[in-house]
Design a protein around this ligand. Structure first.
Ligand SMILES: NC(=O)c1ccc[n+]([C@@H]2O[C@H](COP(=O)([O-])OP(=O)(O)OC[C@H]3O[C@@H](n4cnc5c(N)ncnc54)[C@H](O)[C@@H]3O)[C@@H](O)[C@H]2O)c1
Length: 318
């Protein structure tokens, strides 16, 4: 018989960790948030409050839920104190294999035998991160990959490979469902899991269309939002193909697959922008311009659109 998940430890209060922490606390879990660096932990609770307040202002959650979520998070600067009673741990520390291996080794010593250990890694292999652990602990380890911003994007990709038993996997799957997340089972240890592979297959073509002069950046984005992505927010790719007619899709793909981009390197336009120090909003320029005085407004408008979609997706589920 497995233990219920009640206490959750989140490791790293950076971009992902602080957001992951308030999702779990909002749904009633006791969250221990560990952050080793003072300059990050000093601002973590403010960031959490800001995001929860935004959700309350947008009437996605109530003020009571916001206050409960704030009260459910404790900050720790000592890993042992943060993790010794955890039923489930998710690490969101920097994407560095040695660092994550070391963390898993420490957690194996600190945590009780029943604790499930997970990583939010975007690109590392589970088998590499857990290579030094005993088999029994490896059976309690998995990848749980969230999308940014974690409190607004529903998906969490769960590794369903390795030597974890079905009962333990289902426990984590149910945890995410209980937090209104949309868990996806990833059955093989592949880079990019599922969502990022789908994303970057489309991104490769989007950048190629610009490099070939086939459409402007504005029109590539408009084509996506008003076309495929408009459908795909409610209806998946495979169901759209079924609804459209597989004979038509098969004929179309036979005709234009030879013309699609299949480069194994990032597009020239992308490489040029990066080489020139244009990283997008954080440097003020990417495919589009982001004047400093408009950056906050642009960022908030993006979050508002996401929360509108989140409200709509609640509606679809009912
Ligand atoms: N940012 C994204 O869009 C995104 C999306 C999905 C997954 N991820 C993955 O999530 C993980 C975290 O990414 P992030 O963007 O939040 O990074 P980040 O750099 O914003 O945050 C990492 C945090 O970990 C802390 N940290 C540093 N050393 C540590 C240690 N030894 N032990 C514990 N904490 C430590 C840092 O102080 C920082 O607060 C990475 O594995 C990344 O690949 C990121």
């Amino acid at each position: 018989m497995k233990r219920d998940i009640k206490i959750i430890t989140v490791i790293g209060a950076g971009t992902m960790g602080h957001g992951i922490a308030h999702v779990f606390s909002r749904f009633g879990y006791q969250v221990n948030l560990y952050e080793p660096f003072d300059q990050v932990s000093e601002t973590a609770m403010d960031k959490i409050k800001h995001e929860l307040s935004f959700m309350a202002e947008e009437e996605y959650i109530t003020v009571d839920e916001m206050e409960r979520a704030m009260a459910g998070i404790s900050l720790f600067s000592d890993l042992t104190e943060a993790a010794k009673d955890a039923d489930y741990v998710i690490e969101a520390c920097p994407e560095n294999l040695d660092l994550k291996k070391d963390l898993f080794r420490q957690l194996d010593e600190i945590c009780p035998a029943h604790t499930i250990l997970s990583s939010n890694t975007s690109s590392l292999k589970l088998s590499d991160m857990t290579a030094d652990l005993p088999k029994e602990r490896q059976a309690n380890c998995m990848i749980c990959h969230w999308y940014n911003p974690p409190y607004l994007i529903p998906i969490v990709e769960l590794s369903k490979y390795g030597n974890m038993d079905d009962e333990t996997f289902d426990q984590v799957y149910n945890l995410y469902e209980a937090c209104e997340k949309e868990p996806v089972r990833v059955l093989k240890d592949v880079t990019g899991m599922v969502a990022n592979r789908l994303l970057h297959a489309q991104a490769r073509e989007a950048f190629y269309l610009i490099d070939q002069g086939i459409a402007s950046a504005e029109d590539v984005d408009r084509a996506l939002m008003a076309g495929p992505a408009f459908r795909n927010a409610t209806t998946g790719m495979l169901e759209c193909a079924d609804l459209g007619g597989l004979d038509i899709w098969c004929a179309a793909e036979t005709n234009f697959f030879p013309d699609l981009c299949n480069d194994d390197k990032p597009a020239e336009s992308m490489q040029r922008l990066v080489a020139d120090g244009h990283y997008g909003i954080k440097t003020g320029k990417g495919f589009f311009d982001y004047p400093p005085e408009k950056q906050e407004e642009i960022q908030m408008a993006f979050y508002k659109r996401l929360i509108t979609q989140l409200k709509a997706s609640r509606h679809y589920k009912k």
